[in-house]
Design a protein around this ligand. Structure first.
Ligand SMILES: Nc1ncnc2c1ncn2[C@@H]1O[C@H](COP(=O)(O)OP(=O)(O)O)[C@@H](O)[C@H]1O
Ligand SMILES: [Mg+2]
Length: 401
């Protein structure tokens, strides 16, 4: 007697999955979805050696007007972008093939988590073939300027998928009832092709709570989001970024399989950011001073300080960059403005920031004084200024919160 098994071969499961998407597209009159998934099924059949079947689909596809445009033409993908019915503004932006050479510095443990996430997406087919449900999603949270938006782009780039970015505040319509409709349109649009759907500034949804509009609208939006997130298949990677994770509905928070917190960079990461953004313009020992000086700064603040300094160097017709140029810009970007301050004021502030690690010589270099002068200032005023610096640091951290 032959051994029977009720497990369907994995390739059949994958075919059925694609056919399901094609049927879904046809029933909804969504041509883009039909074409994308037919093309995917064709390439699967081709890979599996089912040449005849693959050719048949190929013929059907090439006979379809606009097929090439659908698959290849960026303008066509954009044309279908959903628009808010009130403002007439697109609620999302599409990058069909994210590329870029932007610098991204991640802490090692963050990098590992991102790699694990990417691997889980790349193996989604295997999981589906084994009857497992996958809907890859990651919520990136942390203060502004730590690289959340940049990371989402990098993930889409790593996966080789188009990136559909929705600014959540653009989704929120002032028309009652329209926000839930916008959410549905956005997810429908994303469902038409394998892609990364990125909900940036996601806290805008939570902020609706403080709005004067009725809470019923927020409830509808949350329900609509939950339903749409649940309906996403393994071809759709959902990313969201928020500065205020506590504003998110706990049910939405739970929907994300991966949660990633990004914070201000560690000492090592700050060093790497200065090294990369200053492009070899400063010596390693100066980088070290800047790294300590910039404790608490975000990636965005470090990037701006470096770019501002390089810009001033080029515009000033100078060929070299000096530690003091960048140091003052870093201090300013941290809300500790040193411009116009007297050496008696700046020296203790620098000493406080740099701690014991920095030599008085470095402090002297930054403020343009001899080492002995720095030493004298610190000996005569250190104590009184120490207290002042601490107070001003407290002010700063309150301001940034
Ligand atoms: N870890 C980082 N590595 C490289 N650049 C960074 C990093 N964090 C922030 N930046 C830079 O700061 C700017 C703001 O980053 P962004 O991703 O928009 O931050 P967020 O979305 O967290 O507010 C970008 O220009 C980005 O290049
Ligand atoms: Mg951002």
């Amino acid at each position: 007697m032959p051994v029977t098994t009720n497990s369907t071969p994995s390739s059949v499961r994958q075919y059925v999955f694609d056919i399901g998407k094609i049927v879904e597209g046809a029933l909804r009159g969504d041509q883009a979805r039909v074409l994308t998934y037919t093309d995917r099924l064709r390439s699967r059949l081709q890979d599996d050696g089912e040449k005849q079947a693959a050719q048949r689909l190929e013929r059907l596809l090439s006979a379809s007007p606009g097929h090439m445009a659908q698959v290849a033409d960026i303008a066509d993908v954009r044309r279908g972008l959903p628009v808010d019915s009130e403002s007439r503004l697109p609620i999302a932006d599409i990058d069909p093939a994210p590329t870029g050479t932007e610098i991204l510095v991640l802490e090692p443990e963050v990098g590992e988590l991102v790699e694990r996430f990417v691997a889980s997406v790349q193996k989604a087919d295997e999981l589906v073939a084994n009857g497992l449900n996958v809907s890859p999603s990651m919520l990136i949270h942390g203060p502004p300027g730590v690289g959340k938006t940049l990371l989402a782009r990098a993930v889409a780039q790593r996966l080789g998928l188009p990136l559909i970015t929705a600014r959540t505040d653009a989704l929120i319509s002032s028309y009652l009832g329209s926000t839930a409709k916008n959410v549905r349109m956005l997810f429908d649009h994303a469902a038409a092709r394998p892609c990364v759907l990125f909900l940036d500034e996601f806290d805008a949804i939570g902020k609706m709570r403080d709005d004067s509009r009725e809470l019923g609208e927020l409830k509808r939006v949350v329900i609509s989001l939950l339903q749409n997130i649940d309906a996403l298949g393994p071809d759709h990677v959902l990313l969201a970024a928020t500065n205020h994770e506590h504003l998110l509905d706990p049910a939405i928070w739970r929907r994300f399989t991966y949660k990633l917190r990004l914070g201000p960079p560690s000492t090592e990461a700050r060093g790497e950011l200065f090294r990369r953004f200053l492009r070899g313009h400063l010596e390693e020992q100066d980088i070290e001073v800047l790294t300590i000086l910039a404790e608490g700064a975000t990636g965005a603040e470090i990037k701006h300080a470096c770019e501002d300094s390089l810009r001033a160097m080029v515009l000033g017709g100078r060929a070299e960059l000096h530690l003091e140029d960048v140091a003052h810009t870093v201090m300013r970007s941290l809300g500790d403005d040193t411009e116009g301050a007297s050496p008696e004021d700046i020296v203790p502030r620098l000493a406080e920031r740099l701690g014991r690690k920095a030599s008085q010589e470095k402090i002297g270099q930054i403020v343009g004084l001899s080492q002995s002068r720095v030493s004298r200032i610190l000996n005569s005023k250190g104590d009184r200024h120490g207290r002042r610096t601490t107070a001003s640091n407290q002010g700063r951290s309150q301001k940034r919160r």
